[in-house]
Write a protein that binds this ligand. Structure first.
Ligand code: SF4
Length: 114
């Protein structure tokens, strides 16, 4: 009886090993690594319009100097929710999925970078 259980465990273990060996590690790791290292490309992301209801809801402007409520010096480029590259003129923003904002922009959701 005990020997039967041991054999059964061995069989299960062999099957697990044989199945997992069929999946090349590179086939799993490479796509994950590519996703993690993929740069945020503003060119692929259209700019959000200031007339977009989501933009209006947070009083988004493309030029922070035109926002009366903006703290001096606060722009999308130094906002914690901005995902553009340093020095880029625009980039994605976490509150507008699939859209980009201008680095010089601002909205009421501005938050300091951590
Ligand atoms: Fe700009 Fe930040 Fe507002 Fe996004 S959340 S629009 S990056 S100020």
């Amino acid at each position: 009886m005990a020997k039967e259980k041991l054999l059964s465990r061995r069989q299960v273990l062999r099957r697990v090993v044989s199945v997992t060996s069929l999946v090349p590690i590179a086939a799993v790791v490479a796509p994950i690594a590519a996703l993690r290292s993929a740069p945020v490309r503003a060119a692929d992301t259209p700019l959000i319009s200031v007339d977009d209801p989501a933009a209006k809801a947070v009083k988004y402007v493309e030029d922070a100097s035109k926002a009366k409520a903006a703290m001096p010096g606060s722009t999308c480029a130094n906002c914690g929710l901005y995902q553009g590259k340093s020095g880029a003129k625009d980039g994605p923003c976490q509150i507008f999925p699939g859209k980009a904002v201008t680095a010089a922009g601002w909205c009421t959701s501005w938050a300091p970078q951590m």
